[in-house]
Design a protein around this ligand. Structure first.
Ligand code: GTP
Ligand code: NA
Ligand code: MG
Length: 407
C-alpha cells in the first residue's frame, strides 16, 4: 500500500449514556445550538452527527438515544467511532443504560472518556459516580485506573473545554490516518425515505472524499450522489475525511450501518448492488446463519477463532458474579471467553441486538428464559440462546466449547 497520501483525520466521537443524562444538551452546548429543546418529548429517537472545530481541529460527534428501546442505535454508534464518551448524570449515577453502554464501549475497543454531567446541580456527586464506575472496571485515572473522568455541565458550560481538549489528546495518541485520494468509503449512521427527496442517508466519511456525481454502492443499494448537505443543512459539493452530512441519490434506503463505497461507473455500481441483493435473498432462503456453541467449538478446534463471545443473563446478581468469574478464569491455549455483556434479568430484545453486533456471540441464560416473542426473534436473527438451571452444566459446556471438544 502506498501510504504517501495518508493524512491525519479528525476523530469520530460517539456520545452514549442513560436516558436524560444530558447527551444532546452537552452536544448543544458544544455546538451552541438548540437541538434538545426541539425534540419530541425531549427524547432522542435517531442517531445524528455533527462536526465542530476546537483549537482549529475538527471533531465529529455522534449523538445516540439513551432510551432502553434503542440498543441497536447505540451498537451502531459504537461501530463507527474512534472514541466513546459515556455521559453519566452526577446526581443520578450509573443506571441500566449506563451499564449497557459500558458493554458496548468495551466491545468497541475504543478509548473511553467519562463525562460526569450536571455538575451544576447541588445534588451532584462525582465520587459516587467514580465509585459506581470503578465497580464496573472503569477505574478513574486519579484512583489508579486508566479512564479519564471529566466533570461537565451542559447548562453552564463548565468543563467542556477540558472535555474537548481531552478528546483531541486521545485522538493524537490514536494517530488516526486516512487517504483523501482513495476511493470514497463512508459509514451510514442513519437512513430514511423522505417525501420529495427519496432515500436520504446520513454518513460519516471514513476514507477518500465524497463528491457530488460520485457513483456509489451501499450494501444492496446504489446510485449517483445528486445532493449533499452538511450537518447544518446547507448544500455542499463534498464531504471530507471524518465529516458528516446527508446524501441523496441512492435507489433505495440503505440499512443503517452499511458502508458506502465509490465506484468507477454507474454500471459497476448497479452490478455490484444487484449481485449482493441476489446473494442476500439466497442467504435469507437458506437461513443457516445461526452459529451454535457446537459450531463455535468446531471453529476453535480448527484454530479459526481465539475467543468465544458470550452474553450472560441470570436471575440473581450472586449467580451472575459466580458465572462471570468462572468463565473468565477458563483459558486454553490463549482461547478465552469474551463477556460482551452480563446482567441480571430475563433475556430481552436488547440482548439479541448486542449479540447480533458481535460475531458468533451466544447468549447464556441461567434460571432465566426468553419470552416467546424474544425466542422467535432470536430464531429470525440467527442468535443462539442456551439456557441452564445448573451452574456447572453451563460452565462445563463453555469449557468443552473452548477446548474444541464439542465439535
Ligand atoms: P436522551 O436522548 O433522551 O437519552 O436524553 P439526553 O441524554 O440527550 O438528555 P437531554 O439532553 O435531553 O437532557 C435531559 C434533561 O436534563 C433536560 O431537561 C436537560 O435540560 C437536563 N440537563 C442536561 N444537562 C444538564 C446539566 O448539565 N445540568 C442540569 N441541571 N440539567 C441538565
Ligand atoms: Na432526553
Ligand atoms: Mg438526546
Amino acid at each position: 500500500v502506498d501510504i504517501s497520501h495518508f493524512v491525519t483525520r479528525p476523530p469520530v466521537v460517539t456520545i452514549m449514556g442513560h436516558v436524560d443524562h444530558g447527551k444532546t444538551s452537552l452536544l448543544d452546548k458544544i455546538r451552541s445550538s438548540k437541538v434538545a429543546s426541539g425534540e419530541a418529548g425531549g427524547i432522542t429517537q435517531h442517531i445524528s452527527a455533527y462536526t465542530i472545530e476546537q483549537s482549529g481541529q475538527k471533531i465529529t460527534f455522534v449523538d445516540t438515544p439513551g432510551h432502553a428501546a434503542f440498543s441497536a442505535m447505540r451498537a451502531r454508534g459504537a461501530d463507527v467511532t474512534d472514541i466513546v464518551i459515556i455521559v453519566v448524570a452526577a446526581d443520578d449515577g450509573v443506571m441500566p443504560q449506563t451499564e449497557e453502554v459500558i458493554s458496548h464501549a468495551k466491545a468497541s475497543g475504543c478509548p473511553i472518556i467519562v463525562a460526569v454531567n450536571k455538575m451544576d446541580k447541588e445534588t451532584a456527586n462525582m465520587d459516587m459516580v467514580k465509585a459506581q464506575m470503578a465497580e464496573r472496571e472503569m477505574t478513574p485515572v486519579d484512583w489508579g485506573g486508566d479512564v479519564e473522568f471529566i466533570g461537565v455541565s451542559a447548562h453552564t458550560g463548565m468543563g467542556i473545554d477540558d472535555l474537548l481538549e481531552n478528546i483531541l489528546l486521545q485522538a493524537e495518541i490514536l494517530e488516526l490516518k486516512a487517504d483523501p485520494k482513495a476511493k470514497v468509503k463512508a459509514a451510514v449512521v442513519e437512513a430514511s425515505l423522505e417525501k420529495g427527496r427519496g432515500p436520504v442517508a446520513t454518513v460519516i466519511v471514513q476514507n477518500g472524499i465524497l463528491r457530488l456525481g460520485d457513483n456509489i454502492v451501499c450494501d444492496t443499494t446504489y446510485g449517483r450522489v445528486k445532493a449533499i448537505t452538511n450537518d447544518l443543512g446547507k448544500p455542499v459539493k463534498e464531504l471530507g475525511l471524518s465529516e458528516t452530512g446527508t446524501v441523496l441519490g441512492l435507489n433505495e434506503v440503505p440499512a443503517a450501518g452499511a458502508i458506502m463505497v465509490g465506484q468507477d461507473s454507474d454500471k459497476e455500481a448497479r452490478d455490484i448492488a444487484t449481485k449482493r441483493a441476489e446473494h442476500a435473498r439466497a442467504k435469507e432462503l437458506s437461513k443457516s446463519t445461526k452459529v451454535s456453541l457446537e459450531e463455535m467449538s468446531g471453529l476453535i478446534a480448527e484454530g479459526k477463532i481465539k475467543q468465544l463471545p458470550v452474553i450472560i443473563k441470570t436471575d440473581v446478581a450472586g449467580s451472575l458474579e459466580a458465572i462471570k468469574g468462572s468463565l473468565e478464569k477458563i483459558q486454553n491455549d490463549e482461547v478465552k471467553v469474551k463477556v460482551v455483556h452480563a446482567g441480571v434479568g430475563g433475556i430481552t430484545e436488547s440482548d439479541l441486538v448486542l449479540a447480533s453486533a458481535s460475531e458468533g456471540c451466544i447468549i447464556l441464560g441461567f434460571n432465566v428464559r426468553p419470552t416467546g416473542s424474544v425466542k422467535n426473534k432470536a430464531k429470525a436473527d440467527g442468535v443462539t440462546i442456551n439456557t441452564y438451571s445448573i451452574i456447572y452444566d453451563l460452565i462445563d459446556d463453555v469449557k468443552d466449547a473452548l477446548s474444541g471438544m464439542m465439535s
